[in-house]
Design a protein around this ligand. Structure first.
Ligand SMILES: *Cc1c(COP(=O)(O)O)cnc(C)c1O
Length: 445
């Protein structure tokens, strides 16, 4: 099996040992170069070119896009890719094989110490009939950082990319047929510590795997009306008539991430503890939690999406597209976030087609700042951005007992969210040829 596409973005990477020191500067990285034993050079690198292939003998039916089965998010495609790692030998040969359960010991590291990290990206069926991944090399690079933060082994990101592409090539034709142009599957690379030693220690065994799930289009399912019990607006429940996402600002006693923590890493340990707040938001009729930080109420992220706001600067009167900065490492560096910042710098630096130019700013900003801008009429729009919800306009933020209604051009989206979403849509579904859209050549069935 020879995965076809090689992305232009990560072509500089060669072996895990050379890539480690030069391309990653984050603090967590230094741990992963000494994975328990000093003879790192003798350990086998992750090598996707030797991947074995065993196809399923019991292929399953593909659910309809918005069927109950797809909504349940439990159906995965026919195959998965796995690769085992041991501290003794390094990476074993990756295997593409039928999707199915694993066997791990009840004492496995991941089940006790949350040695788990993951990625989330989509496989798109383009309007030109081709399959694409979006900037997959960025997901692979981020997964290395996440793994390093929780003492899981390093790997060549290029090899993971090839494993992802091979699985997409294998299952894409059947599970995302050409008749479903404009839709997607959800790809979930994962790594877990499988070491059965119960002592609190760096795992000496790990499993890297990739699965593909059938997901509903969340940007469509958001249109579902809330249950009638919630439409009363009593008890701080969300207003129902507002278009766009409704966010509930996190309570003062609830923090998602903190400096020195692991908010920048896509590790499972970030998500379980957020479910109580998310459940409360949902039960009150909100879509997501807006995660604030500190006494100043710094705005960080919305659910598992990055948060963007367009505001007119008080002194200069210029429009700015603002999102939280990466330096403190309390937010996740989204691939969507990075792409929006790049596109906005490139395409919105000058006013055009009735769209006013925006300055792109990564800085800290607070809820009181948003409230003041709103009062002065300087708050133009806000949106959340990430793979799951894509680019989602925000209609309302509930903060300390008050509703902030975010302007939205009178329609269902502000002009910046709409424009940026269209640009990304064009790249993901192949309406615009762009180096971020990585074409996957399908394996003949
Ligand atoms: C995954 C994730 C995002 C979005 O990242 P993308 O790469 O754009 O999908 C943002 N915030 C959090 C907390 C996340 O887990």
């Amino acid at each position: 099996m020879a995965p076809a596409a090689i992305t232009p973005e990560s072509s500089g990477t060669t072996t895990p040992t050379t890539a480690t020191a030069s391309s990653l500067t984050q603090a967590g990285i230094k741990h992963m170069q000494s994975n328990g034993n000093g003879a790192a050079g003798e350990l086998a690198p992750l090598d996707a070119s030797s991947m074995t292939v065993e196809l399923t003998k019991s292929p399953r039916p593909v659910p309809e896009p918005m069927s109950p089965e797809t909504m349940a998010q439990k159906t995965c495609t026919d195959h998965m890719v796995t690769a085992r790692w041991t501290a003794e030998h390094g990476w074993e040969t990756p295997e593409l094989k039928p999707y199915g359960p694993f066997s791990i010991m009840p004492s496995a590291s991941v089940l006790h110490y949350a040695t788990e990290c993951f990625e989330g990206l989509k496989l798109y069926r383009g309007y030109d009939g081709r399959l694409r991944l979006f900037r997959v090399s960025r997901n692979c690079a981020r997964m290395r950082k996440s793994a390093a933060r929780i003492a899981l082994p390093d790997f060549d990101p290029k090899a993971l990319e090839k494993m992802i592409i091979a699985l997409c090539a294998q299952d894409g034709a059947k599970w995302l047929p050409k008749s479903r142009a404009g839709s997607f599957l959800y790809v979930r690379p994962t790594m877990i510590g499988t070491d059965q030693a119960l002592g609190v220690q760096r795992p000496k065994e790990a499993l890297l795997y990739v699965i593909i799930a059938c997901f509903p289009d969340m940007s469509k399912s958001l249109a579902t009306p809330a249950p009638p019990a919630l439409t009363g607006e009593a008890n701080g429940a969300a207003k129902q008539q507002t278009p766009g996402l409704k966010l509930l600002a996190s309570a003062e006693d609830t923090i998602r991430a903190w400096p020195g923590g692991f908010g920048y890493a896509k590790v499972g340990a970030n998500y379980g503890p957020a479910l109580v707040a998310q459940g409360e938001a949902r039960s009150r009729g909100f879509d997501q939690v807006l995660w604030l930080f500190g006494n100043e109420s710094y705005v960080t992220e919305a659910g598992a999406s990055n948060f963007f706001v367009v505001m007119r600067e008080k002194e200069s009167g210029k429009l700015q597209l603002i999102t939280a900065p990466l330096e403190e490492r309390i937010i996740l560096e989204g691939v969507t976030r990075a792409s929006i910042l790049e596109l906005a710098k490139e395409r919105l630096a000058k006013s055009q087609d009735n769209i006013e130019a925006v300055e792109v700013v990564e800085r800290r900003f607070t809820m009181p700042e948003l409230l003041e801008a709103h009062k002065d009429g300087r708050l133009i729009e806000a949106f959340a951005a990430g793979t799951a919800f894509f680019v989602a306009p925000i209609g309302l933020i509930h903060f300390r007992g008050k509703d902030l209604e975010v302007p939205m051009d009178g329609g269902d989206s502000g002009v910046y969210a709409r424009t940026i979403k269209q640009w990304l849509t064009n790249i993901m579904w192949g309406k615009e040829s762009h180096e971020w859209g990585i074409v996957v050549d399908e394996t003949a069935q």
